[in-house]
Design a protein around this ligand. Structure first.
Ligand code: IFG
Length: 496
């Protein structure tokens, strides 16, 4: 049955139901689009989704909403206070009108319309009737950065898996995919002039499997797919630690000159680039430069975490140089919060991700310098690689167990960060214990939507007891999508 306007996740800014205003999609319904090429791409995406589910023709026509049964997507003349990602959605018996200032807002409005339709819309030729609850939604995000991090280094995941995850995070208006491309166990992106990074560094993974890597065209494919869902890819090349795969490929990157063996375990902190050698910065410039050239988004992540084998003064020197190299290629550096302890020229404008909740906030306090933007990814709340509970097979334990409620019930303003410096939130999913798309889905769902809601919705909407009911109502959609979510006992899931 159709969802009520108030059932949406993430909760919209404002909802004004009109019980007499339901709209029904039927064989006569048309889709009207106006306002430019992004209206075209979003309406084509929506049309494809709705045709697949309803079996109706749903022709798309240029021009404003006309008489008859119409779903109109209109770019322009929008409420500027809603920004590029916000939108209005008005549902009445004759029309559904989604209006936004930019493509991102139009897409987010379309995702909201998707959630207002019965879950059957997700399967081919689903059974109607296709009723959308009447009323009006005015919506915009609380934070600009609503991220999901996927580790493809510990275990490699195919382009198809990454694209499926992009579709799943976009359901909940996540707009950043932080792709953890390199680590001790694997190097996953081809770099011209450094073929052994993938030939050797991409040849295995945790547990000794075949690993894999993305060609530069495959990486571009992922980035383009993400952009079509208004998700910005932030690629990460972790350093100066977490580099064993690169050292195994190129011994000249070590201080000893001897390449370590490939590593398939899950320890951290044992590897380091050789900070004093010029070749290290030729390597870094080639890698970050080629990545920047393939990444339309403004950010490149340089890691900086757990550099336990890098002398402190070398760590400072490395981070300073890495941030400069990223800037030289026209991008802004993102790193784990340790790297923000390095004094950087003011105006550098880096983004630091707070993650290590085992250090009682020390790394957060040092990170909050004059103009560092903070993304909150607290290990004991937002790390989706933590077990749900002691019975969970998959997952790690260093910051958990993390229940669905624990992952939902936190407030970004409760951390020692000036409210104006909070850029947003992120849900990391490291893959030490994950090998399949089903494993990814088991860990991300149902906890990811809660973090998406923290990043998007007003704090005033934040209430576990009502959220858990809205969360339960997502299950039929996930089942229709064959999304392999964990049926947590914390939620009263509808009968399957
Ligand atoms: N910490 C490490 C990750 C990963 C993680 C698993 C960060 C920034 C624990 N660094 O999280 O490489 O091992 O939860």
């Amino acid at each position: 049955m159709a969802a009520n306007l108030g059932d949406i996740i993430p909760a919209p800014l404002s909802v004004d139901p009109d019980p007499g205003g339901d709209f029904t999609i039927d064989s006569a319904t048309v889709i009207a689009r106006s306002g430019g090429s992004e209206a075209t791409s979003v309406s084509d995406w929506l049309a494809e989704l709705l045709r697949h589910g309803t079996g109706f023709a749903l022709p798309v026509a240029a021009g404003a909403a006309r008489a008859g049964s119409v779903i109109a997507l209109e770019l322009g003349d929008a409420d500027s206070s809603l920004g590029d990602e916000g939108y209005t959605l008005a549902v009445s018996p004759g029309s559904v009108v989604i209006r936004a200032a930019a493509g991102a807002g139009l897409f987010h409005g379309a995702e909201t319309l998707r959630q207002l339709l019965p879950a059957g819309i997700e399967t081919a030729g689903g059974r109607g009737p296709w009723i959308v609850s009447g009323g009006k939604i005015v919506d915009r995000p609380r934070y600009p950065w609503r991220g999901a991090m996927l580790d493809v280094a510990r275990h490699f995941f195919s382009v198809a898996d990454v694209e499926r995850y992009i579709d799943e995070i976009a359901l909940y208006k996540i707009n950043v995919l932080h792709l953890h491309l390199t680590d001790d166990q694997g190097w996953r992106i081809a770099i011209s002039g450094w073929p052994r990074l993938t030939a050797v560094g991409g040849s295995t993974e945790v547990g000794g499997g075949a690993g894999g890597y993305y060609t530069q065209d495959q990486y571009r494919q992922i980035v383009a797919y993400a952009a079509s869902r208004y998700v910005t890819v932030v690629p990460e090349i972790d350093g100066p630690g977490h580099v064993n795969a690169a050292l195994a490929a190129y011994p000249e990157l070590t201080c000893s000159g001897t390449a370590p063996p490939l590593y398939t375990g899950i320890e951290v902190g044992f590897s380091s680039l050789c900070v004093g050698k010029p070749v290290t910065y030729r390597f870094l410039d080639d890698v970050l430069g080629q990545l920047a050239a393939m990444t339309p988004g403004p950010y490149i992540a340089i890691g900086g975490d757990e550099a336990k084998s890098t002398p402190p003064e070398d760590y400072v020197a490395f981070i300073e140089k890495a941030v400069q190299i990223v800037a030289a290629h026209g991008k802004t550096a993102v790193g784990w919060s340790e790297m923000a302890a390095v004094p950087l020229p003011s105006g550098t404008g880096i983004v630091a991700e707070y993650w290590d909740t085992s250090d009682n906030g020390e790394s957060l306090r040092t990170a909050v310098q004059d103009d560092v933007r903070i993304v909150l990814a607290p290990g004991n709340r937002a790390y989706l690689d933590q077990k749900y509970d002691d019975n969970t097979t998959l997952g790690l334990v260093w910051a958990g167990p993390t229940s669905v409620e624990t992952a939902y019930d936190w407030d970004p303003t409760s951390y020692e960060v000036p409210a104006g410096q909070v850029e947003g939130v992120e849900a990391p999913l490291f893959s030490e214990t994950l090998t399949t798309m089903s494993d990814i889905e088991q860990m991300a769902f149902p906890r990811l939507p809660g973090i998406a809601e923290i990043g998007w919705s007003p704090q005033s909407t934040h209430d576990w007891s009502s959220y858990r009911l809205r969360l339960a109502a997502q299950a039929p959609r996930w089942e229709a999508m064959n999304l392999d979510f964990y049926r947590s006992p914390e939620v009263s899931w509808p009968a399957g």
